[in-house]
Design a protein around this ligand. Structure first.
Ligand code: SF4
Length: 200
């Protein structure tokens, strides 16, 4: 049984969390965004500067690119997927979260997964994939593959920041979203894909 069985209680408690030192420097706790019955959960690493300021994951240049890839296959963060991060508060100067910060924060994501009970989890970037899928996940070789665990499908793909750094990877990244769309149509019960033309 998760600690919180209601979303409102979880969100309020998470927004007031002071369980690690990151609470001293954050502007906002970035809990997550999306419908609370989403069957597909995207997990990033942690908030950056824009995310910290706006309180929402993936809102900078990388976030816009992520939205583009999602919209191309009929997915949208306000409509049919949930997006969260492993760590909810921004580490100063975008350093990696310390192991003790990751450990202190892990139960929030676990509680979110328990409430959502997603059919598919997509890890954005190596750090998230190594934590959620397997410690030796190789994003260059294994992105776009589905792994089954505890009745769910797990998939890792590149972080949008990696595509901004090397746009030549964009087409293989987009192919992962096409594979995801096909898998959603195969295994999800109520996820309705939007017409990509709606987002044009
Ligand atoms: S990073 Fe996580 S554990 Fe640390 S203060 Fe923020 S919500 Fe709490």
């Amino acid at each position: 049984m998760p600690e919180f069985t209601e979303w409102n209680a979880l969100i309020e408690a998470c927004q007031n969390c002071r369980a690690c030192g990151l609470c001293e420097t954050r502007t906002n706790v970035v809990v997550g965004v999306g419908p609370e019955n989403a069957e597909v959960l995207f997990i990033g690493e942690g908030p950056g500067e824009n995310e910290d300021l706006q309180g929402e994951p993936f809102v900078g240049r990388g976030g816009k690119l992520l939205d583009l890839a999602l919209h191309a296959v009929g997915l949208d963060r306000r409509r049919n997927i949930y997006i969260g991060n492993s760590v909810k508060c921004r580490p100063p100067k975008n350093r990696d979260p310390l192991p003790e910060e990751q450990a202190a924060c892990a139960h929030w994501l676990e509680n979110q997964i328990a409430l959502l009970n997603p059919k598919i989890i997509v890890c954005l970037g190596r750090v998230s994939a190594c934590r959620i899928i397997k410690p030796d996940f190789k994003v260059t070789r294994e992105h776009g593959q589905f792994f089954e665990r505890d009745g769910r499908l797990l998939m890792g793909t590149l972080h949008p920041a990696a595509i901004l750094r090397d746009p030549r990877k964009k087409s293989e990244w987009f192919a992962d979203f096409v594979a995801l769309r096909d898998k959603i149509q195969e295994v999800c019960d109520h996820t309705e894909l939007a017409d990509p033309a709606e987002f044009a």
